[in-house]
Ligand binder design. Structure first.
Ligand code: URA
Length: 450
């Protein structure tokens, strides 16, 4: 289904819309658009919108309704147009996790391998980090670009990092704020429309989704992650986009570093070919899918080889250094890490006994990092870019009593006791070797329906 013209705006009986969904009936395309347009413009009050959102939460939406809701939310704001640039435009979206710095690596790697990456990102909230916060720990870097500047940086570097502003899918901001206070966040059609309306506003041809599952993920259970991945992929296809989703494990942090400047260092090390095993594996696979969707490779194997060559040749790192410089950041800080924000204090968490690391509970480690100041409890909180933690052991590693498992970087000493306590509780040690879960659990692939 390729998007059709938007239905005309006319007054509809809002209680009738609520009643229909309450009774499990399908909303027509005109009804979905009418609700989104009139709620965004302030004509439908919050109490009626809340009732409809709760009806959607309980009754669900089918594929067509979800695609219509996505389109109505997308059309509530600006849709970027990069058609003047001939290459394929491809992006990646992660449902959020702890230590997830893949965007900083795969955007330059994919750009080095021939696709354009117009990446619009958000900030971190709660235990999960945000790409913008990480990038802004680079002195001088700014994601606040006008459309003209974003277009210029994209054309020059092959990638650009922008901030999600009021202009993109404003309906989503308004609906999300209401969902947050009416217990209607965890709904597959509402999450799908929220994510896809913002991503489709980037004017992309293809999208790779990293749907996380496990204790540190938004969708903790694999079956929910699978349902969300299927819904995201089919909604992308309904809009004529090529979309692939990987369902990936988030029971322990990705890579070793959690915290903004610390994650920039790990990302740069990965771009220089010295990344931790799990981070490298995921970046390689996500980039390979981006290259496949962007038709820069004709098989996953050749796409993986292109990722490898972008890293070993240094081209991916050069792309990152060029976009950092173009967006006002100091590229010397990518060589001399002492130019990045530095924490004043370091504490080590050591193993209490001999054995094998069997758990590094991602959510608790993300919360500990937030308590140190690396993340936000509330969306208006100020973060400290220097603080966080670095794991020296990951699940499966052998450890001896007294050996360092985690290094904690802090500025505010009053936060240390609580953070250390949480980190100690997040670590479990087994007497015998443990079996590792695969990092990439499943792939959901789709082609456009038309
Ligand atoms: N992320 C989003 O952008 N929207 C949701 O509804 C949930 C997660």
């Amino acid at each position: 289904m390729v998007p059709q013209s938007a239905p005309s705006h006319r007054i509809m009986d809002t209680p009738e819309l609520i009643r229909k969904k309450r009774d499990g009936l399908e909303l027509t395309r005109a009804e979905v658009f009418n609700f989104v347009e009139r709620f965004t413009s302030g004509e439908i009050p919050d109490y009626q919108a809340s009732a409809l959102l709760m009806a959607i939460f309980i009754r669900g939406m089918d594929r067509r309704e979800t695609a219509d809701l996505t389109e109505a939310m997308l059309r509530s704001g600006r849709v970027l147009d990069f058609s003047a640039l001939p290459q394929s435009k491809v992006d990646k979206h992660s449902t959020g996790g702890v230590g997830d710095k893949t965007s900083l690596i795969i955007a330059p790697a994919a750009a080095a391998a021939g696709v354009l990456v117009p990446m619009i990102s958000g900030r971190g909230l709660g235990h999960t980090g945000g790409t913008l916060d990480k990038l802004e720990s680079i002195p001088g870097f700014s994601p606040r670009l006008s459309f003209q500047d974003f277009h210029r940086v994209l054309a020059k570097c092959g990638l650009a990092f922008g901030a999600a502003t009021e202009e993109f899918a404003p309906a989503d901001r308004k609906i999300y704020a209401l969902r947050d206070v009416t217990a209607t966040v965890e709904s597959i059609p509402l999450i799908t429309a929220s994510i896809m309306s913002k991503k489709l506003a980037e004017g992309i041809d293809g999208l790779v989704l990293d749907v996380k599952t496990g204790t540190g993920a938004f969708m903790q259970k694999a079956e929910n992650a699978r349902a969300l991945a299927a819904s995201l992929v089919s909604t992308g296809a309904a809009h004529g986009k090529r979309v692939h989703a990987l369902i990936t494990d988030m029971t322990q942090p990705l890579g070793n570093a959690v915290g903004n400047a610390l994650e920039v260092i790990e990302s740069v090390e990965t771009l220089k070919g010295r990344g931790p095993r799990d981070l490298v594996e995921l970046c390689r696979e996500l980039t390979a899918h981006m290259l496949l969707l962007g038709k820069a490779a004709d098989s996953l194997d050749s796409a993986r080889a292109k990722y490898d060559s972008a890293i070993t040749s240094g081209r991916a790192f050069e792309k990152f250094a060029s976009v950092v410089a173009e967006q006002g950041g100091n590229p010397r800080s990518l060589e001399d890490y002492s130019l990045l924000p530095q924490a004043k204090h370091e504490d080590a968490v050591v193993s209490s006994r001999d054995g094998f690391i069997s758990g590094l509970e991602a959510r608790a480690l993300g919360m500990a990092s937030m308590i140190l100041g690396a993340g936000r409890e509330r969306s208006d909180a100020i973060i400290d870019p220097a603080v966080g933690l670095v794991l020296e052991k990951k699940i499966g590693d052998k450890v001896q009593a007294g050996e360092r498992v985690c290094i904690v970087y802090s500025n505010d000493r009053s936060r240390i006791p609580q953070a250390l306590d949480m980190i100690r509780q997040a670590i479990t040690i087994a007497p015998k070797p443990v079996t590792l879960l695969p990092l990439i659990l499943e792939r959901v692939l789709n082609a456009p329906a038309s």
